[in-house]
Design a binder for this molecule. Structure first.
Ligand SMILES: Nc1ncnc2c1ncn2[C@@H]1O[C@H](COP(=O)(O)OP(=O)(O)OP(=O)(O)O)[C@@H](O)[C@H]1O
Length: 221
């Protein structure tokens, strides 16, 4: 279970202090899915970064199974990034010097959960069987996106954080990739928090929330 309580985050800019998150509350049960929406600049990526342990909040708490993430040391946060989460960000974050198979295996080993059967299953379901020996630069945008999803799920993380994971695909491909992502998330036993600007895609997740004026409004299905 992920619980976010009264999270605040500001940035210092040349114009002064910019308050972005001003008391964000959120709950995400294990195995469930949540779409995070909100206008450009509302702080969606900022929230994702805090949940991923890539940045620290000014105040408030992030609890993972009742354990406060912000109380962790830098090495504790690094462990959360390695083992607890899977990231699908807009720039696919694939390792360019590794082929597709090695990208997936690397992530699974990093998480300490290498399982060749699960990797084979991911590759087959994501339609990657024919491109396993290719390097990221030899893949189309859609293929890279599917590798990024496979890589994020390779270590069966507790939480998948996805920032517009189908952003560069057309409508039909987006629907298809999202279906696959949600099925694989369920099979991995993960929860998913997905940032999207699309009402249509958001409607496919169990919950939707909107970030507005630094706070979250939750809408349940
Ligand atoms: N490191 C930073 N330093 C200063 N300002 C920042 C920093 N990161 C983000 N911001 C500002 O914080 C606000 C929220 O940014 P964020 O990227 O979280 O928005 P977003 O909702 O993800 O936007 P989009 O939908 O356009 O991706 C923006 O005004 C942005 O300019």
């Amino acid at each position: 279970m992920l619980v976010v309580e009264q999270l605040h985050k500001s940035f210092t800019t040349a114009q002064g202090t910019l308050p972005v998150l001003q008391g964000v509350d959120l709950r995400l049960a294990r195995g469930s899915s949540l779409a995070l929406m909100g206008e450009s600049g509302s702080g969606k990526s900022t929230l994702l970064h805090l949940l991923a342990g890539l940045d620290r909040a000014d105040s408030g708490r992030i609890l993972i199974d009742a354990e406060p993430l912000d109380a962790r040391s830098e090495s504790g946060l690094a462990r959360w990034r390695r083992e607890g989460i899977g990231l699908v960000f807009q720039q696919y974050n694939l390792i360019s010097s590794l082929d597709v198979a090695a990208n997936l295996a690397f992530q699974a080993r990093l998480a300490g959960r290498f399982d060749q059967q699960w990797l084979d299953c991911l590759c087959e379901r994501l339609g990657l069987a024919d491109v396993l020996q290719r390097y990221p630069e030899q893949l189309s945008g859609g293929q890279q996106q599917r590798v990024a999803i496979g890589r994020a799920l390779a270590g069966r993380p507790a939480l998948l954080l996805a920032d517009e994971p189908t952003g560069s695909l057309d409508e039909a491909s987006s629907d298809q990739v999202l279906s696959l992502l949600l099925q694989l998330v369920a099979e991995a036993g993960s929860s998913v928090l997905m940032v999207t600007h699309s009402q249509r895609l958001a409607a496919r997740l169990q919950q939707r929330c909107f970030l507005h004026a630094g706070r979250v409004q939750v809408e349940t299905a």
